[in-house]
Design a protein around this ligand. Structure first.
Ligand code: SAM
Ligand code: SF4
Length: 500
């Protein structure tokens, strides 16, 4: 049984792609291992959004050069956005790589891997050094097509449709794709080039997948799309299922799913109907991740975001008017070309105004192939980017602490994700005296700190037993920091895991 090691970089979409590919390879008899040195096949599912993410993969590939020399049978594959963007230049730079597979060709990856494994043993039998004879690259399925394909005609749909759950899979929190690709072309972003045009999946396929996962034990399903709220599926008879329709349909069709979420939302595309669906459907989490990127109208225009700072604020007001308890997160790019101190200050004001739960702040990274790298000089120096980044983080920390502090004293619903890695601790019981000179520890009370999330996506830590993983519990909040809430368990599970 060939052993497979896979490492995933980047967004939730990549995490889902890896899961789908792994499930197919397991069906072909591959066994997943956590130690790269034990593997017969090493796959990196890559991200090209920022240079830093690509550098990590380059360095992993460099490390594998020696491994391949020691074991010429080792199969190395680069899949995902880097394979699409860099293409065969990866083979030139690292001839020991065997497989390149872009995000638009992942349905073919299992047979590519399998062929490489078979070819590898025949090459090894001939003691040949020409490892690159088995090199194979599949990219380009995401290149722009003139019209939007319906997902029913899209071969990639088969990858999602083939999804299966094996015994032992942890699917208490699961992702389901509703849209592939992106048509927005923000000037800094590689995604429209690496993942291709927007393709919406048929609603029935989405509902079936959410139902299958829920029947197998999923407690929280997150619907995924680069601009998830832009979902609109055109049926053959001409009528359209909108994002709001989809939310209502999934909510109604799967009444035993305790939590439904979606990411990432695009500010300009949010209809009142979609917000009303969130308000009306009690099991849809009142959480939005809706990146603003900047609050300067001039910068937003250079980014081609298609909205103004005021329009973004109006949207946040609209969402809060309908759902006063909503929790909102954002993304920002700091140091975009020509960004001034005034632009930066307006972004700080926006963070304060919106009261975000948290913000993901990224220093601008010029990406080859994008409009921004051709059109604008990366003229904000590194020190300024770093300082502005720190200032934004400081303001966001203050806002997050205020946001979290409002929950002190309240009892919230928390879905347990597992043991808190940061805080897990063990407490020894008091020693027990057995006689005049003997004191031994007869018992060890293990106090585990669990971590989970509220419906608003706030992280909560509390003492509890590791067996509670996957359950939804009520926790009384006693303390708040900017990133974490602390609390005490108050009641039994309100949504115990299904027996599967
Ligand atoms: N589709 C989502 C949207 O429109 O907001 C986000 C997708 S993108 C993969 C995730 C985040 O990466 C973006 O929100 C943006 O803040 C950041 N990002 C994308 N390209 C970047 C670049 N060239 N430099 C720095 N950050 C970037
Ligand atoms: Fe990239 Fe913009 Fe599309 Fe988001 S909306 S994936 S930032 S092009």
């Amino acid at each position: 049984m060939p052993r497979l090691y896979m490492e995933t970089f980047g967004c939730q979409m990549n995490v889902l792609d890896s899961e789908l590919v792994l499930s197919q390879l397991r069906a072909h008899g591959y066994q997943q291992v956590n130690d790269r040195d034990e593997a017969d096949v090493v796959l990196y599912n890559t991200c090209s959004v920022r240079e830093h993410a690509e550098q990590k993969v380059w360095s992993r590939l460099g490390e594998l050069r020696a491994s391949k020399r020691g074991n010429p049978n080792l199969i190395i594959g680069v899949i995902g956005c880097m394979a699409e963007r860099e293409g065969k230049s990866i083979f030139q730079r690292y001839p020991h790589v065997d497989i390149l597979c872009g995000p638009g060709e992942l349905d073919k990856l299992p047979s590519m891997v399998h062929n490489a494994v078979l070819t590898s043993s025949s090459i090894a039998n001939r003691k040949s050094q020409i490892a690159n004879r088995r090199q194979v690259a599949l990219m380009g399925a995401t290149t722009r097509r003139s019209s939007t394909l319906s997902a029913a005609e899209d071969h990639l749909e088969l990858l999602d449709l083939s999804r299966s759950v094996s015994p032992g899979d942890d699917i208490s929190q699961a992702y389901v794709r509703i849209t592939r690709g992106c048509n927005k072309f923000c000037t800094y972003c590689v995604v429209p080039y690496t993942r291709g045009p927007e393709v919406h999946r048929p609603p029935q396929n989405i509902i079936d997948e959410v139902k299958m996962l829920t029947d197998h034990g999923a407690r929280e399903v997150t619907l995924l799309g680069q601009t998830v709220n832009h979902y609109a599926y055109q049926h053959p008879d001409g009528h359209t299922t909108t994002f709001a329709d989809l939310l209502y349909q999934v909510h109604q069709a799967i009444p035993h799913l305790p939590r439904l979420r979606f990411v990432t939302s695009f500010p300009r595309d949010f209809t009142n109907e979609a917000l009303q669906a969130m308000r009306d459907c009690e099991r849809i989490c009142r959480y939005l991740h809706v990146p603003a990127q900047s609050a300067s109208d001039r910068i937003l225009k250079l980014m081609n975001r298609g909205y103004t700072s005021q329009a973004y604020r109006d949207f946040i007001d609209r969402a809060k008017d309908l759902m006063p308890d909503i929790s909102i997160a954002s993304d920002f790019i700091v140091g975009f070309p020509t960004e001034t101190e005034e632009d930066h200050k307006s972004t700080l004001d926006l963070i304060r105004y919106c009261g975000f739960k948290n913000s993901f702040i990224f220093k601008y990274s010029p990406r080859p192939g994008t409009v921004a790298i051709d059109r604008f000089e990366d003229d904000v120096d590194e020190d300024t980017k770093r300082r502005r980044n720190n200032e934004m983080l400081a303001v966001q920390q203050q806002v997050s602490t205020e946001h979290n502090s409002r929950l002190i004293g309240q009892t919230v619903e928390v879905m347990v994700e597992g043991e808190s890695k940061l805080i897990s601790r063990q407490k020894r019981s008091n020693n027990v005296e057995l006689g005049w000179d003997r004191t031994i520890a007869v018992a060890e009370i293990v106090q585990t700190q669990l971590v989970g999330r509220t419906r608003g996506d706030q992280v909560v830590c509390f003492d509890g037993d590791a067996s509670l993983k996957g359950q939804i519990l009520r926790v009384k909040i006693t303390r708040a920091q900017n990133l974490t809430l602390f609390g005490q368990l108050t009641a039994l599970a309100i949504a115990p895991p299904l027996a599967v």
